[in-house]
Design a protein around this ligand. Sequence first.
Ligand SMILES: NC(=O)c1ccc[n+]([C@@H]2O[C@H](COP(=O)([O-])OP(=O)(O)OC[C@H]3O[C@@H](n4cnc5c(N)ncnc54)[C@H](O)[C@@H]3O)[C@@H](O)[C@H]2O)c1
Length: 357
Amino acid sequence: MTCPNRLGESSPGFTGTSTLRIFVPTHVLSTPLAAPVSLRFAMKVLVTGGAGFIGSHVVERLLDAGHEVSVVDSLERGSRDNIAGPLERGVRLHETDIRDRSLRALLADERPEVVMHLAAQVDVRVSVADPVLDADINVSGSLNLLEGAREAGTRKVIVTSSGGCIYGEPKPDALPVKETYRGSPESPYGISKRVLHDYLAFYKQAHGMDWTVLALANVFGPRQDPYGEAGVVSIFLGKMFANEEPVIYGDGKQTRDFVYAGDVADAFMRAIKKGSGTVFNIGTGVETTVVELWEGCARAASYTGEMRFAPKRLGELERISLDWSRASKKLGWEPATDLSKGLAETAAWVKSRLGSS
Ligand SMILES: NC(=O)c1ccc[n+]([C@@H]2O[C@H](COP(=O)([O-])OP(=O)(O)OC[C@H]3O[C@@H](n4cnc5c(N)ncnc54)[C@H](O)[C@@H]3O)[C@@H](O)[C@H]2O)c1
């Protein structure tokens, strides 16, 4: 089947939701049929950054829904451990850099109907220190992926953006900030994320490739390593369990919007069929101060130590929270996990990791 695009070319592949394939995972075929097997309408999904923190949650959810999943990850920060279960369930892991030209052939081979793009240089401070590296991965690497997806006839690309960085420091009366807010990103990371929105609009207009952008708040949950954007939860919990004093930079009154990784994975699932050509904030709309976060972590880890403060770090936002009403209306999404429940789940994971290391 071919789908003509706005440039008049024909690309092989998929035509929206009309493409229907039934995929029965091999582990289902090899189990005795004690109960009737329910066949699902499955599709091929390729997840970049799928061995990372958020990506590994997305991969699990895709598998649970019966989809056929492959992962592209350089393992720069992610790990096979993060997707040990999914690998056993048949996920294909391609240890490939998204900047590598071989990615195009890989996509042509995999021919995914949907691509979920989470691979990125994720550290704001690295982007400030080395904006060329940041743009190389987050802009050029992403374009390499979009080109590969276009050539492979991919129907839709779901791209991860940063609600904490693309709006810059919003005016206090604009909080929780809406997708329509026009602020200026204050880091090369925020710029490189935001420029992708424009590229995606181009790909839809010129090539008919659909997209959804999910602009995530500060994500936390199991498998987050203590670096990157919102590593603060795992840093606090890790130190508390080790009976070391975690440091709060500044007076701790700065606010962040903490959203649970499982809820973020749910947004990716909903974006497979909904949210065409739209940017969605994925957050809670709740501002939590760093001091409140420290207290929540201390409760989850039964930590009784003192709060320790250090001078504020340059370039950090004062306040942020995201309005998620658009995601509610158009994706039917909501942040289902409250902070204390999410912290309890994360604390259990951090504790189990410390126990096993
Ligand atoms: N964690 C957050 O709070 C947060 C907030 C907003 C947006 N995001 C975005 O969500 C996505 C996932 O972030 P995360 O927190 O899971 O981080 P992560 O570092 O755990 O995941 C990123 C993954 O991308 C891989 N990767 C990095 N560079 C690569 C490259 N050049 N080629 C192939 N793979 C590469 C890493 O190995 C890693 O597995 C990123 O796009 C990030 O910018 C995260």
